[in-house]
Design a protein around this ligand. Structure first.
Ligand SMILES: Cc1cc2nc3c(=O)[nH]c(=O)nc-3n(C[C@H](O)[C@H](O)[C@H](O)COP(=O)(O)O)c2cc1C
Length: 188
């Protein structure tokens, strides 16, 4: 059996989606998949015909995907429709909270899938939670950090601590998704 080739293409602003994507790659490589990971803003886009499976991820900022990840999706719609395995995911602050998770998944993931004419039942998809890094080493801008610290102080339900590294991602959910994707790809 030929080794299956997987492309993981992600857009990130502060590193959260990048970490999720790297974790996917690690899990897939450990299970024998030939996995390529690209940051769609920084890296060259490889031709999609080289891959058996494609996963595309983005972070959400003010309700939007990263510009490049959206572009990558749009530009490759036809090629992606030919793939036997496609997965689409986001890292979104809202998805961190049980009461907001479903809406975040619909708004940030499912809507894009159906808008582009994909069959929702055929595209594996998920909304993962977010990283709110308000520590000294944070990549988030000072103004944005200030707003997050305000939320941490004033909104108890935000579940954030001021000036700290707040990882609200569910790493079990991330592992499960990667394992399920790997199983499906190995069966192609
Ligand atoms: C300026 C800013 C705006 C954000 N806007 C949203 C938003 O509209 N909806 C949401 O669910 N999360 C929002 N978030 C949370 C991010 O989606 C979350 O921090 C995510 O993990 C960032 O991923 P990245 O590091 O890959 O860019 C926002 C975060 C920042 C810093």
């Amino acid at each position: 059996m030929m080794t299956k080739r997987v492309l993981i293409a992600y857009g990130t602003r502060f590193g959260s989606t990048e970490e999720i994507s790297s974790k996917f790659a690690e899990i897939m490589r450990n299970q024998g998949l030939d996995t390529t990971v690209i940051n769609v803003k920084k890296d060259k886009w490889p031709p999609l015909d080289q891959f058996d499976a494609v996963l595309i991820g983005s972070s959400i900022k003010i309700g939007r995907w990263t510009k490049e990840a959206k572009k990558f999706l749009k530009k490759n719609v036809e090629a992606l429709k030919e793939k036997s395995f496609l997965a689409i995911y986001v890292s979104s602050g809202d998805a961190s909270y049980p009461e907001k998770y479903q809406e975040a998944k619909e708004k940030y993931v499912q809507k894009i899938i159906t808008d582009l004419g994909f069959d929702l039942n055929k595209v594996m998809h998920e909304a993962f939670g977010g990283l709110f890094d308000m520590s000294n080493t944070s990549k988030i801008g000072w103004m944005e950090k200030k707003f997050m610290n305000m939320a941490a102080r004033d909104d108890e339900s935000a579940n954030l601590t001021e000036n700290e590294y707040n990882d609200l991602r569910d790493w079990d959910q991330i592992h499960s998704f990667a394992n399920e994707a790997t199983t499906r790809i190995l069966q192609l």
